[in-house]
Design a protein around this ligand. Sequence first.
Ligand code: 2P0
Length: 336
Amino acid sequence: MKKLYCARVPSNIAFLKYWGKKNSQLQIPANNSLSMTLSNSYTETEASTIDGNQHELFYNKERLEVNAPFAQKVSTHLNTLSQHLKINSKLRIVTQNSFPSGCGIASSASGLGALTLSALSAWLDCRSIEDLEKKGFCLEKIASLARLGSGSACRSFFSGFTLWEKEGKVTELFNSKHWQLADTIVLISPETKLISSTEAHKLAWTSPLYSIRLAQIEEREKKIKTAISKKDLNQLGPLLEQEALEMHSIIMTSCPSVQYLNQASLDFLSWFIKERNSRSLPAYFTIDAGPNIHIISEKFFQKTLIASLKKKCSNYAIIPDHTGEGVKLWQKDTTN
Ligand code: 2P0
């Protein structure tokens, strides 16, 4: 019998974006960020200890070569964790996403989150979050370790709405019962982006707009928190849109310039803003580091929203998601 340690970690969508780092090695962000945990967009990863002198990685049922970029990212992070735990045994990692990766649905948040949680569980022989806590690994601590693999991963460990402070603290501000919002993701393109977020983060400081952003971001954070606490979508929505456009303006005005939005994203946004304004639809967009558009609304409005979107988006897939509950961990035995 072999023990498999299985972690499901959701993706998250940032309302206040993490963009730019103070320290890349320690993954210290330049500003606080705040996100909503998702539910249907997640990574599931199984980890098991193996004999041998290198980790094995399977992604979407296929074994990855050690020098593939994703395999290198995984292996670097496993080495960081293994040094932290002072445990050397190698792992077989089997991972898959419920959604397209590398295109602006934060697959690195869910992916590196699930990797961290499953690997720690396998190494420490823990079958639940409670077991991990008993061994000194509370969720906040696991989230901080996940951050070393991918910054945004630390926000995926909690239910509802999570704040990651630039000093490192990660806090669940409101759980998923506080407010159920829909994130209706319009899949403009499922292609993997050519320039990773990690690379683009480094360029943030070269944009002339970046210092202006950092000077006023605390004010925006306060407003976003207030809107969430009051469950006021009319107050939150315009802040989300301003935040997404500001981040993309910085990305585009960095040197060299990076383009995550494509012509189809811009066409869709123009159509959506016109449609929303003319029909007074209570829905607002945000965008991650990719061409895909996230439409945020009350959850009860999602069906009506999707019916409206389908008029324009018959050729785009739509992923209906909503405020989620955070991570899951379980253990199973297998003879394979
Ligand atoms: C965020 N993004 O707050 C922002 C908004 C994308 C757009 O965090 O280098 O993959 O692994 O720390 O976490 C994407 O960056 O970057 C990201 P690394 P990550 O969600």
